[in-house]
Design a protein around this ligand. Structure first.
Ligand SMILES: *[C@@H]1O[C@H](CO)[C@@H](O)[C@H](O)[C@H]1NC(C)=O
Ligand SMILES: *[C@@H]1O[C@H](CO)[C@@H](O)[C@H](O)[C@H]1NC(C)=O
Ligand SMILES: *[C@@H]1O[C@H](CO)[C@@H](O)[C@H](O)[C@H]1NC(C)=O
Ligand SMILES: *[C@@H]1O[C@H](CO)[C@@H](O)[C@H](O)[C@H]1NC(C)=O
Ligand SMILES: *[C@@H]1O[C@H](CO)[C@@H](O)[C@H](O)[C@H]1NC(C)=O
Length: 512
């Protein structure tokens, strides 16, 4: 009767398939107010969870993201431009900490991404699985053996899509162990390499210091101890993230609502039982709000800061804290926002005769635009990383302090080589960072006000444990030992930072 109809129907289903995941810039554009699952926060976890749920075609899924799409921000795509989108950029929350009493009351910047893909859209892309002990400790702490290293490894391989460099000048040869990687997954991973004289010097130093800095073939083999090449979530010159790897490849049953803040999660049950399947949205403090309903579940994946913030705003948390802010309490849970922990890093700088690792950014940008190769197609840092485990009789543990790591396959500190920059005069400056990987201090996330538009109080209580300070100091001494090796000492002319406050010798106070 209508000869054209079957063709039109075929075309529609084809179009839907081609477009896949659907993006919305305003809640008013949504096709419905009810979804099976509502995922709050389109970051690292949210992107993966939504995309995996979306594999069940019958489920309708909505992801709500406070920031814009990563596809709309150029610097997100270009690996070495990560610094442009960090703290103080249009896609960062610009959070700061309260003064940290153990660091001379310094107020620290606390970068958190406000963009689809979350921090995987604006971090430095280091691909680091962690040590097998970490997974095994999670398994024993939670009593869930599925989290153990041997159980989780097949899933790690399922996520990973190893991708060799698109540029013949960035060899990956010898930089990783092929037998522990997979190209069957979705998240692009590569072993980026660029030439700098420090690379070969560090490799030579691993032979000299084979106890403290043995050569590490692959940081992702479950025992990251030693010094070797970094790996990064980059594919053919582009950053990969939970958005590019997961959301972007989802079907049209996955909906992504951008630029919208979830201000509260509420119960759909008016009779008083807690059935938190309703979310309240707002785009601005003044603007209108809107309610959406999840038929099955609301999944909070707003990150380590904003997930507890949202629970607290929703009346789920320590009763006294909530009452003090006039928030109605639905679930009294003293643990929400507590036991918050983060790594602390100290920067150190040495004067050196090595050439700088800087490059002509205009030319590099032109090259990236032409074929996605060149210096911007890699992480901004020098390509190697050191992971050091201190012996149990080393200074941090002399007074009987308990080793905070998860076990003998876990390093205490990470040492990374930020770069070599122009120095003050004829010499250049090697910048390194020491990271305490297992801090013992515990801080908190609390609400400053009852407004979802105010940042919560993010207090990592840095260095609240003397052990954390002792580990950082030992990390600093360890980096000094590395640079004092015969191989490197020829090129290291002196320590710039920390500077000595007294006559020549560096004291523990100078470091911290
Ligand atoms: C963070 O600061 C930048 C620069 O001032 C600004 O453009 C951006 O909007 C700020 N982010 C937020 C969430 O306010
Ligand atoms: C690579 O990994 C395999 C499997 O774990 C291991 O047997 C082999 O020794 C590793 N090779 C190197 C060079 O570390
Ligand atoms: C913090 O963690 C410790 C150790 O797991 C636990 O004993 C304590 O109850 C936690 N504190 C809160 C407020 O949940
Ligand atoms: C990419 O383009 C640059 C010039 O911008 C060229 O020198 C280089 O050989 C090209 N690389 C590849 C892998 O095509
Ligand atoms: C550069 O290194 C030389 C040789 O160690 C040293 O004498 C000089 O003071 C250094 N200059 C600066 C600015 O650090």
């Amino acid at each position: 009767m209508i000869p054209g109809l079957p063709t039109v129907l075929t075309l529609f289903s084809f179009v839907a398939f081609v477009f896949g995941v659907q993006y919305f810039h305003h809640p008013a554009g949504l096709p419905t107010l009810e979804f099976d699952f509502i995922v709050v926060g389109g970051g690292n976890a949210g992107g993966v969870v939504a995309s995996r749920l979306g594999e069940v075609e019958d489920y309708k899924i909505l992801v709500i993201e406070a920031g814009p799409s990563d596809q709309d921000v150029f610097s997100v795509q270009v690996p070495a431009l990560a610094a442009d989108i960090w703290f103080g950029s249009s896609v960062d929350w610009n959070f700061t900490t309260p003064p940290q009493t153990n660091t001379n009351d310094r107020v620290l910047e606390y970068p958190r991404a406000k963009i689809l893909g979350g921090c995987s859209s604006h971090n430095d892309m280091i691909y680091n699985r962690g040590s097998r002990d970490d997974y095994n400790r999670w398994a024993s702490t939670t009593g869930d053996d599925n989290l153990a290293w041997d159980q989780i490894r097949p899933f790690i391989l399922k996520t990973e899509k190893w991708s060799s460099p698109n540029d013949p000048s960035f060899s990956e040869q010898g930089h990783f162990n092929t037998s522990i990687h997979s190209s069957a997954g979705v998240l692009g991973v590569t072993a980026p390499y660029y030439n700098h004289p420090l690379n070969d010097l560090l490799l030579k130093a691993t032979a000299e210091l084979s106890d403290e800095y043995p050569f590490l073939q692959d940081l992702n083999d479950g025992r990251p101890i030693g010094l070797g090449w970094g790996q990064a979530t980059i594919t053919h010159g582009f950053r990969t993230s939970s958005s590019t790897a997961y959301l972007a490849n989802s079907g049209d049953n996955v909906h992504v609502l951008l630029n919208t803040l979830v201000t509260r999660v509420t119960s759909i049950d008016e009779t008083g039982s807690n059935d938190f399947r309703e979310v309240i949205l707002a785009s601005t403090p003044e603007g209108s709000t809107m309610k959406l309903i999840a038929k099955k579940e609301v999944i909070l994946s707003a990150g380590v800061i904003q997930t507890p913030q949202l629970l607290l705003l929703s009346g789920i948390g320590p009763v006294d804290e909530l009452k003090a802010l006039g928030i109605e309490v639905f679930v009294d849970n003293p643990s929400v926002g507590k036991n918050f922990s983060d790594h602390i890093t100290i920067p150190i700088k040495f004067s050196t005769d090595l050439p700088t690792s800087s490059f002509d950014e205009t030319a590099a940008l032109a090259q990236w635009k032409s074929n996605h190769t060149g210096r911007l197609a890699l992480s901004q840092h020098l390509p190697q990383i050191g992971w050091v485990r201190f012996p149990q009789d080393s200074p941090p543990f002399k007074n009987g302090a308990v080793d905070p790591t998860a076990g003998p396959d876990s390093p205490h500190v990470e040492v990374f080589f930020v770069g070599v920059s122009e120095g003050s005069e004829e010499n250049s400056t090697l910048s390194m960072n020491i990271v305490n990987l297992t801090p013992a201090c515990r801080g908190s996330i609390t609400l400053a006000t009852s407004s979802p538009f105010n940042q919560p109080i993010i207090d990592p209580a840095l260095l609240d444990s003397p052990l954390d300070t002792a580990i950082l100091l030992e990390g600093f001494r360890s980096a000094q030992r590395l640079l004092a090796s015969n191989t490197l000492s020829e090129h290291i002319l002196g320590l710039d930072t920390p500077a000595s406050s007294s006559s020549g010798t560096i004291t523990d106070d100078d470091v911290i």
